[in-house]
Design a protein around this ligand. Structure first.
Ligand SMILES: *[C@@H]1O[C@H](CO)[C@@H](O)[C@H](O)[C@H]1NC(C)=O
Ligand SMILES: *[C@@H]1O[C@H](CO)[C@@H](O)[C@H](O)[C@H]1NC(C)=O
Ligand SMILES: *[C@@H]1O[C@H](CO)[C@@H](O)[C@H](O)[C@H]1NC(C)=O
Ligand SMILES: *[C@@H]1O[C@H](CO)[C@@H](O)[C@H](O)[C@H]1NC(C)=O
Ligand SMILES: *[C@@H]1O[C@H](CO)[C@@H](O)[C@H](O)[C@H]1NC(C)=O
Length: 369
């Protein structure tokens, strides 16, 4: 039902060619070195940082990171940022805005693709990273795959170096009602970025208990499901959290923090009972003499903080827990690792912050070596 005819595809390609021809002369490269506007192809080993802002990037460790996906609010990417990233050979992938309305209405696809191409070309980006996360049925998901495929065909028609990546749930099994066609998406892109975080969006219970954001086991079983579905490990990048959750305990017993019920997409218990906080927050809590504990089931650190009337439990990831998961990506020969997001460290200029940032960057070598 959703297939499009050969004729439509041919008309599509022709319209792209016309578009590519008319637009190629309209953007002016503002890098002092013009070669820095060239499109960079997908690296063999991907180390991807999602980012939120443009004021820290000179402090990123560009010797270890090679792909940036900026989620800035105003969607204006400073040209200096592109020139800077490209001077290190790093790619910049734009997250296109695609709504469910556009995905489900095929007659809106071509305009959407045209907008995406304009955005990529105007910014001298190296391609796109699709981050659509709404519920879709298996039938609807074919249309999402179609839109991604059309975008890729259009980009490759302009320049074969352009990249397309797609963000994927921690497991392919309809997580959060996202019944996406991951095999189709993997064929229509350079790689999927598995979002191995918010893994407690649908927990067992009630009663509901605070748990790790990215437990080792659960992350492993998600990756294995992708591999079992037939997706090649070279098409999978493991995205991991540089943030954690803080939960208020209704009761606290034997390290178990019972939390309130918060329904999320059909699940009675979910991590929306907690609050997300950056890696830098948990480091400050520990500096203030809180005790970092270790949960060997989830291979994750956690902290209990006693307040006057209640206990709070914090679950986060640090270089040790991340290192185990980077090693997992290495041993399973995945295409890469990624982080949501690299602006969640404290970039202010203190010795302690520098040490913490170095430790986080250096842990990436577990995957690279
Ligand atoms: C321009 O940038 C390219 C790619 O980084 C580099 O190889 C080349 O040496 C640069 N040219 C000048 C004149 O700096
Ligand atoms: C699909 O998009 C077209 C073009 O924007 C619009 O005319 C039409 O009403 C839309 N169809 C639905 C079902 O929303
Ligand atoms: C997976 O991809 C790699 C690299 O492209 C290739 O060498 C290998 O043959 C592929 N494996 C399978 C099972 O298709
Ligand atoms: C996770 O790992 C722990 C410790 O290695 C093990 O005891 C537990 O059974 C595992 N849980 C699952 C769901 O695989
Ligand atoms: C602790 O509980 C007491 C009594 O219920 C209440 O008056 C007080 O405001 C609470 N303190 C905090 C910090 O929540």
């Amino acid at each position: 039902m959703h297939s499009i005819s050969l004729f439509n595809w041919i008309m599509w390609i022709i319209s792209i060619l016309i578009f590519a021809d008319s637009s190629s002369s309209s953007s002016v490269c503002k890098c002092t070195n013009q070669t820095l506007c060239n499109v960079i192809p997908a690296p063999d080993k991907v180390v991807l940082g999602f980012s939120l802002r443009f004021d820290n990037y000179k402090l990123y460790d560009w010797s270890r990171i090679n792909t940036i996906v900026p989620f800035s609010k105003d969607r204006q990417i400073p040209m200096e940022f592109i020139c800077y990233a490209h001077s290190y050979g790093a790619s910049v992938l734009i997250p296109p805005i695609v709504s469910k309305d556009i995905i489900l209405n095929v007659s809106r696809h071509s305009e959407a693709v045209t907008d995406i191409l304009k955005d990529v070309q105007k910014n001298f980006a190296d391609g796109v990273n699709f981050d659509f996360e709404q519920p879709l049925t298996a039938d609807e998901s074919k249309l999402y795959t179609m839109l991604v495929a059309k975008t890729r065909v259009a980009l490759l028609t302009i320049n074969t170096a352009y990249q397309v990546s797609v963000d994927a749930a921690w497991s392919p099994d309809c997580i959060d009602l996202r019944c996406y066609d991951y095999i189709g998406l993997s064929k229509a892109s350079d790689y999927l970025v598995i979002m191995a975080y918010d893994e407690q969006s649908q927990m067992a219970g009630p009663p509901c208990y605070a748990k790790a954001n990215s437990p080792y086991n659960q992350t492993l079983s998600g990756i294995e499901s992708y591999l079992k579905s037939g997706i090649n490990s070279s098409l999978l990048v493991l995205g991991l959290p540089w943030y954690g959750y803080i939960y208020t305990c209704l009761s606290f017993d034997n390290e178990r923090c019972q939390i309130e019920e918060k329904i999320f997409r059909n699940s009675q218990c979910s991590d929306s009972a907690g609050r997300q906080l950056p890696y830098s927050y948990f480091m400050k809590v520990i500096q203030n003499d809180a005790i970092r504990k270790w949960d060997s089931d989830s291979v994750s650190p956690y902290i209990n903080v006693e307040n006057m009337n209640s206990t709070q439990q914090m679950w986060y990831d640090d270089p040790l827990s991340l290192g185990f998961k980077y090693e997992l990506a290495r041993s399973l020969e995945l295409r890469g690792i990624g982080f949501w997001n690299i602006d969640l460290m404290d970039y202010s200029n203190t010795l302690l912050n520098k040490l913490m940032r170095n430790e986080m960057w250096e842990t990436i070598d577990v995957f690279l070596n």
